[in-house]
Design a binder for this molecule. Structure first.
Ligand code: BGP
Length: 482
């Protein structure tokens, strides 16, 4: 036996990729509602104005808003112990700046939590998963504006008070460390982009980078204040950080490559966890800021806030590992969700170029646990694949089962290594919209949804082979993986 009693097996989703109903029952627009669909070769574009006749994947997504009862019943059937979802901030505060919440928005999540309770499923709520209300983005340039912290605290207090008896596990910001890279500006920080231009920005001036790191700092302060407030409202709450976890390997044993990988691990992977778990900026940040001409605009008292608001557990997404090289000949880039690097000749990749590395998960779990010694949770892991209906009319996604089995085995080994692991929620348990490309074709689910890249399909749900496999995993607490 390896996984502890009460291990949180389940699935994970995010409102903007899952709910749809983008303008129903008082919901205001959010940043992702302004982002078009795309593919790997044609990047998602960002529109200042939402245009008629243009397809925006978040607007209907896969309609969880109207199908939540059916979806959660399927999770119950699989024996989920946990369901990770995010609350769409602009469903609760349509522009982000109202004083009073939108009652219909609050009621929707009460209904969702009640449905979870029916099946003994513990909700895990992400308070902000790439979903800043458009109003806050427009007025303050997203998290660059210090005032956004006050609006966030109103939101946080509303959620914590409203759901204090329904939700125990909370995450403040999804993949907060995406903001350590320019590509995190729009989705991660809600900063304004350039009209009609790709959502992911690659280059920045030092001034732009200073704005970005100031916005990230504001999120650190917001997260810490929320942790303190949450514990005051309900001392039973367990509030975690959420990091996009990537193990960065040196491409070779050339010490220059090893140093490159260490620097990448520090600023891209560890930086945010170091602040949120240890309660202060790590020693290496100062040199990084100096070398890159970055000034973070902090306020007096912020250091004290960060110290007080440290998280109860460390959660992360894990899809792949990456490599770092200083050799100009090693040029072939590998694909990835946000942290890209060189191709690793020892690994195979998914159809979308993400390098599959289950052992990397065991390494990552050990690295992070050794660093922080607080409970860990894998809140995203999975395989984005183009599922094709077989001749018998079913979805035999054995490649997905293989991927998940190998990663769960790696977790099993990490637990035997001594890592304190709380749970595992597989990403995109029901097929949903891809965050990076906006596609539907890149499917992760145990449950198939009839919807394509252009928004066609009747949205009906079907069980894939992985559905039945994961039911066994939940039933046996991860012992039966065959
Ligand atoms: C993470 C995000 C998720 C999710 C996942 C898969 O980075 O937190 O929102 O989308 O990656 O990525 P994608 O949807 O791009 O395949």
């Amino acid at each position: 036996m390896s996984f502890k009693k009460g291990f949180l097996w389940g699935g994970a989703t995010a409102a903007n990729q899952f709910e749809g109903a983008w303008d129903e029952d008082g919901k205001g627009p959010s940043v992702p509602d302004h982002v078009r669909g795309g593919t790997v070769s044609s990047p998602r574009l960002w529109d200042m104005e939402i245009k008629d006749g243009v397809y925006y994947p978040s607007h209907k997504a896969v309609d969880f808003y109207h199908r939540y009862a059916e979806d959660i019943a399927l999770y119950g059937e699989m024996g989920f112990k946990c369901f990770r979802l995010s609350i769409n901030w602009s469903r609760i505060f349509p522009t982000g700046m109202e004083k009073e919440p939108n009652r219909e928005g609050l009621d929707f999540y009460h209904k969702v939590f009640a449905e979870c309770r029916k099946y003994g499923i513990e909700p895990l709520v992400t308070m902000s998963h790439y979903e800043l209300p458009w109003g806050l983005s427009e007025i303050y340039n997203g998290w660059t504006g210090r005032d956004v912290i006050d609006h966030w605290m109103n939101y946080a207090e509303t959620l914590f008070t409203e759901y204090k008896d329904e939700v125990k596990y909370w995450l403040t910001f999804n993949e907060i460390n995406i903001a350590t890279m320019p590509m995190g500006r729009i989705l991660g920080l809600g900063m304004q982009g350039e009209d009609g231009k790709p959502m992911f920005k690659a280059e920045e001036t030092p001034e732009e980078a200073s704005d970005r790191f100031t916005a990230l700092h504001n999120q650190f302060v917001a997260s810490a204040l929320a942790v303190v407030l949450g514990h005051r409202i309900n001392p039973e709450f367990r509030i975690g950080c959420m990091i996009a976890g990537t193990e960065m390997y040196p491409y070779s044993c050339n010490p220059a490559d090893v140093k490159e990988a260490q620097d990448a691990m520090n600023m891209r992977n560890y930086f945010c966890g170091d602040v949120q778990v240890r309660g202060h900026y790590p020693y290496y940040a100062e040199r990084y800021f100096k070398d890159h001409g970055i000034t973070v605009r902090k306020e007096a008292g912020d250091d004290e806030i960060l110290k007080k608001g440290t998280v109860d557990f460390y959660s992360f997404s894990y899809y792949m590992s990456s490599t770092c090289s200083t050799d100009p000949d090693v040029l072939e880039k590998a694909g990835g969700n946000m942290i890209t690097g060189m191709k690793n000749p020892y690994l195979k990749s998914s159809d979308w170029g993400w390098q599959i590395d289950p052992l990397g998960l065991r390494i990552y779990l050990n690295d992070v646990y050794g660093r922080y010694e607080i409970p860990l949770m894998v809140v995203e892991n999975g395989l984005g694949a183009n599922d094709v209906r077989a001749e018998d009319g079913l979805f035999h996604d054995t490649y997905r089962i293989d991927y998940l089995r190998d990663h769960i085995k790696a977790m099993h080994e990490a637990v035997l290594d001594g890592v304190d692991l709380m749970g595992y929620t597989m990403w995109g348990c029901t097929d949903l919209v891809s965050a990076s490309t906006g596609e539907m074709k890149k499917r992760y689910g145990f449950v198939y949804v009839d919807r394509d890249n252009d928004g066609n399909g009747d949205l009906h749900r079907e069980r894939k082979d992985s559905f039945y496999w994961f039911r066994k995993v939940c039933e046996t607490n991860g012992e039966d993986l065959d």
